[in-house]
Design a protein around this ligand. Sequence first.
Ligand SMILES: C[S@@+](CC[C@H](N)C(=O)[O-])C[C@H]1O[C@@H](n2cnc3c(N)ncnc32)[C@H](O)[C@@H]1O
Length: 215
Amino acid sequence: MITNEFWLDRWLNGRIGFHQEGVNAWLVEYWPSLPKGSHVLVPLCGKSNDMIWLAEQGYQVTGIELSPLAVVQFLGDNDLPYETQQVGDLKIHTVIGLPLRIVEGDYFLFDEKDFDACYDRAAMIAIPEEIRADYVAHTKARLSPNATLLLVSTRHGGGEEGPPFSVEDDSIVTMWGDAIQKVASEDLVQANPQYKERGYAFFEESVWHILPQQS
Ligand SMILES: C[S@@+](CC[C@H](N)C(=O)[O-])C[C@H]1O[C@@H](n2cnc3c(N)ncnc32)[C@H](O)[C@@H]1O
């Protein structure tokens, strides 16, 4: 079972192979243009540089991350000055000079609402199947009714079970609803021999979005 302790240990032991040094290429290609100042939610954010990219586009970015080590590394690696406020069981670190907050704590305790958009890369697929629908419901409850979503998911076979877990396309539609659309995918086994060496027959990374309805 994947518990909070599992993730805290991963950070303590530096087992963070999911972290990307640059900005995610899918994000740059598929993030839709939203009004400046739109509030963007980044659940299970790790120390992703994608948050800096989003903040630099002029969005108000809120990342939520369990591991204090990830938070310290994110703020330290990027030389970001910040102020911290304790709100219940969560610590809110507000960056000075960039429209960016990192909320330290368990995502399921985070109850702010009305976000205009959500960026989920390696978050939903980090959640075990037993509570994945709860994760999606909790995320939807954080978003305004017409919110945008960009989701990077994985579907794989033959290798380790996960995380990242393999999530079927129909399960994504069942959890997120009919408005979600798959816009791109790539089998990483073809592009990267390491996946084959790890036993995967296929490892599809896919990009999904929900775009705001035009009125
Ligand atoms: C696979 S990593 C992805 C991180 C980030 N999205 C990225 O693209 O690098 C999943 C992250 O979720 C965090 N996490 C796991 N469970 C969490 C929870 N309940 N609340 C907040 N963060 C959580 C882990 O510590 C880890 O940093």
